[in-house]
Structures are given as C-alpha cells and as structure tokens.
Design a protein around this ligand. Structure first.
Ligand code: ADP
Ligand code: ZN
Length: 296
C-alpha cells in the first residue's frame, strides 16, 4: 500500500491504495496553519504505517525538489499566508520510515493521468488545472518534467482579450494567465463565483476564458509538443468551456501545425481528466510508487 497526500492550498486529501481501483480511507481536511494541517497528515500516515511501502506528496508550491538542497521537501516562496518556507516532508519522515515521493500537485496529477488516466496510451502529456489557481505539470518520455525548478505554467503572460478590461489579480504579475483566468479572477470580474454564472455572463465568461486558456494551449503545443493536453480543475466545469477551448486553439493556430492529431482529432488532443475527482491524490499515489520503485 501507498499513502498519497494531495497538499492543496485549500484542502488536503489523503488516501491509501496502489491506483485508481483500490483507493480507500480517503480523508479530507482544510489547509489551515502548517502545524495543524501537517499534524493531521502525519496522523493519517501513522494510522496506516503498518502497511505502507511508500508515501507520495503532491503539493501546492512553489516547492524545492532538489534532493541535494537543504530545503528539499519545503514549500518555498508561496504567497499563502503562514506557509512560506514550510518543511512538508520533515514531519512525515518522522512518522514512517519509507521512501517518500514529492512533487508539485500538477506534476503528480500529470503522472497519475499518464499512468492510469487520460494519457495512459501516450509518452507525453500536460496536465493543467484551472481552479483557485492555474498550474500545469508535464510528462515527457514517460518522465515528469523538471528543470532548474519545476514548470510554473500558470504565470504565462497572456494577451488581453479585446472585450476584457479586468486588470488581473496575480499578486506578482497582475494580468498573467492565472491573474486573468483563475476561478477567483472570474468571481472578481463578474461579481459572482464561476459556478453561479448564467445567461449572457456565462456566455461571455466562456469566450474570454477559452481565449486565455487557448493561448496557454498554443504555448504548450509550440514549446513542448505534448501528445495530449488534459484540462481539469473546477473552472473547467463551466458549460461549453472545453469545447470553446478546443475551437479557439484550432482558430489561433490558424493553419500552422496542420497535423491530424491536433486539428482533426482536437477532441482527443484536449481532454478532461479521467480521474477528475481524485486526480491530485491519485497523482500522489503515483509519486509514492515512483519513489518506492527507485533504486536506493
Ligand atoms: P482548487 O483549485 O482550490 O484545488 P478547484 O479545482 O475545485 O479547487 O477550483 C476551485 C475554483 O473552481 C473556484 O474558484 C470555483 O469558483 C470554481 N468552480 C468550482 N466548481 C465550478 C463549476 N461547476 N463551474 C465553474 N467553476 C467552478
Ligand atoms: Zn502571475
């Protein structure tokens, strides 16, 4: 058994299992202070420690993923109050002496979807979440993509839509993708949470949201050339958004990259996650599996 911990900025989700078919003990609690929240995560692990072969943590970030760094396993420069420079792995190591995999929440979800979900037949994919924030993780050649840090796709600069005068709400960049297209950006712009939009406002929101997300989809297509783009997160439940995003990407490419897998098969190029409800915690289980399978 593995323990998976999805460490989200709003809530933590923990579970044990080895994959999508045997996830059990799913436990959710809100993300409060680091001490209170990590104590609950440690208690979850302690409860199941007898059967554990590994732990996976898929965390909000930014995080330090360099094994040789003194702050490996830390959440680093997050704007989330109280969580800057928080050691996430340290407390967990004290409760279970098993391999621990650690990565971003979206890298975890990308790995989970590549192993068991919407990209199971492919060597590469990108998983994007559009929710409280916007972020993305990538699998390339079957491996999670890391660089100097980890991808921070949500902060991509975007070109403002002609009908949009919203200034953007990213504390660092104002109108970056996350600043313009996250759930809270929608709520600020239209004065109502995304899930409550109706009528003309809903139509407008879908057009504008699709435009920003298509800019991201085009950037990912040009830079990484992944075999599939998986768009998840609460905002993607907006009625018609996935279809509008597909259409806007094809329109934006404007005949360049005239490849069948993108243009004719756009419905298979941009897809929803297969495990939308537990993409995060399943990703954490996949990270645990990776960590337990690595030669020591
Ligand atoms: P998080 O990003 O916090 O992990 P979610 O992916 O559920 O969680 O994203 C939350 C955001 O998604 C909120 O801003 C919320 O308004 C929006 N959201 C949730 N459900 C829906 C829905 N059915 N339609 C549109 N937006 C939604
Ligand atoms: Zn930003």
């Amino acid at each position: 058994m593995y323990a998976g911990i999805e460490a989200g900025g709003t809530k933590f989700v923990c579970a044990v299992g080895t994959g999508p078919d045997d996830l059990t003990a799913v436990t959710t609690f809100p993300t409060t202070t680091p001490k209170e929240t990590l104590d609950l995560a440690c208690a979850f692990v302690a409860d199941h420690s007898a059967d554990l072969r590994g732990i996976g943590v898929a965390s909000f970030g930014p995080v330090d993923l360099h094994h040789s760094s003194e702050t490996y396993g830390f959440i680093t420069s997050t704007p989330k109050p109280g969580w800057t420079d928080t050691d996430v792995l340290g407390p967990l190591r004290k409760v279970a002496d098993v391999p621990i995999g650690f990565d971003t929440d979206v890298n975890g979800a990308a790995l989970g979807e590549a192993r068991w979900g919407a990209a199971a037949d492919l060597e590469s994919c990108v998983y994007v979440t559009v929710g409280t924030g916007v972020g993305g993780g990538a699998v390339v050649g079957g491996q999670l993509l890391h660089g100097l840090l980890h991808p921070e796709m949500g902060h991509l600069p975007v070109v403002r839509h002609q009908d949009d005068d919203f200034v953007g709400r990213c504390p660092f960049h104002g109108g970056c993708l996350e600043g313009m297209a996250s759930g809270p950006a929608i709520a600020d712009r239209w004065g109502t949470p995304a899930q409550s939009l109706k009528g003309e406002q809903l139509e407008q929101a879908v057009v504008i949201e699709a435009d920003y997300l298509a800019q991201m989809a085009a950037a990912l297509t040009y830079i990484l050339s992944p075999a599939r783009l998986i768009f998840g997160g609460g905002v993607m439940q907006l009625e018609g958004l996935l279809e509008a995003l597909r259409a806007r990407l094809v329109e934006g490419l404007n005949g360049y990259l005239d490849v069948r897998e993108i243009i004719e098969d756009i419905d298979r190029y941009i897809v929803a996650p297969a495990h939308a409800d537990n993409a995060g915690v399943l990703g954490a289980i996949a990270l645990a599996d990776n960590a337990a399978s690595e030669p020591t």
